[in-house]
Design a protein around this ligand. Sequence first.
Ligand SMILES: [Zn+2]
Length: 447
Amino acid sequence: MDKSWEASGVYMLTCRVNGKRYIGKSVNIKRRLNEHRRGKSYSTIIGKAIAKYGWDAFDKTVLEFCPTEELDEKEIYYIAKLKPEYNLAKGGGGRKGYVPLSAIKKLQKPIICIDTGEIFDSVKSAATKVGVTDVCISRVLNGRGKTAGGYRWDYLNPEDKISEETSKNMGKANRGRKQSAEEVEKRAAQLRGKKCENYNSYKKVICVETGRIFASVKVAAETVGITPGFLSNVLCGRAKTACGYHWKFAKEVFYMTENEVYDLLVETGAIMTGHFALSSGLHSPHYVEKFRVLEHPSYTAKLCRAIAEHFKDAQIETVVGPATGGIILAHETAMSLGTRAIFTERVDGVMTFRRGFTLHEGERVLIVEDVVTTGGSVREVIDVVKAFGGVPVAVSMLVDRSGGKATFGDVPSFALLHMNVETYKPEDCPLCKENVPLTKRGSTGKK
Ligand SMILES: [Zn+2]
């Protein structure tokens, strides 16, 4: 490092191992780089990366030397321009990681320009208007500066003002804030004494305020630049917030979008493209072979969990499906709902319950079916359920390819995927005219 680096400016660290970058600013770049080297930034993401890869694995560059008062702006500019991977904040504030929630809330309060009398709904809008950073105005608002952009500023509501004493302490706290790795570890060890039942560092974590979900406690902690210990204190109820935010373990998300279902069916080969003769005698360029996805238990379970999620509050007592695909779907859906699963089958072409399956009077039944084209089989299942005294609460389908034409009287329906599959009479089929080889498909054993 050159002696000339003992000056104010914006610098960049580039990790030669993974190519990730970090941009920082300092009134004395050389001194700041030495701090990084000595591990003073250990509590931040860049600090951890330095610890992991070693100081020598980082290329150091000065992006620009500039006067101290321009540091905020320059840092914001370079972060926005270069989008360095190790920076999480937009820069300018001198804060690492997430901006604490309390600070964001403060920025959203209405403020007044004392000299012009103009009122702004937030610090940000005022800052934009005057052409300075949020931080400059916030400093004035909190009594740590006289003017910003040449104007004096105040909160519109006096109760939003931070007292002089708090402001002083904030200044102090900010100056001497960084805890050493030992201090952090010591505090974490103290708190670890308290046991936490559901704690699992590999569970997904959600930030309540931002809604962002992280793969694990460690990932969330690293992202916001705190130790996993601090975050676990919140997750286990030993502390209210970490980095100003509330945190929870994220519930697993069972919901699936139609696109996700479609992709899964295409990937497994359940949705096929070609030239198919359907059991109805019609030709189609698409065919759904449900068993290409049902032959994968984990995928079937995923799809059925999505169905169960939709009906979790419907007080279902039994899930019924028509053989053969419906047996699997009923079983998996009932597994998720915690109910019984039974199936209907054909005896001499007539849909019925066999094997001693019965329903009690008024039993709430969810009917499941894989692929519905006309809805004929499902209507037969509804009739069987009613004949046995059950109440068909709803029909749930993996794929409704009827284009909305399959309806079930007063029984509502739900499909994970809606498709509008075009079909042609053989004499009008464009694929036949092009001599595309025809595949026979769709023998359902139905009459
Ligand atoms: Zn054809």
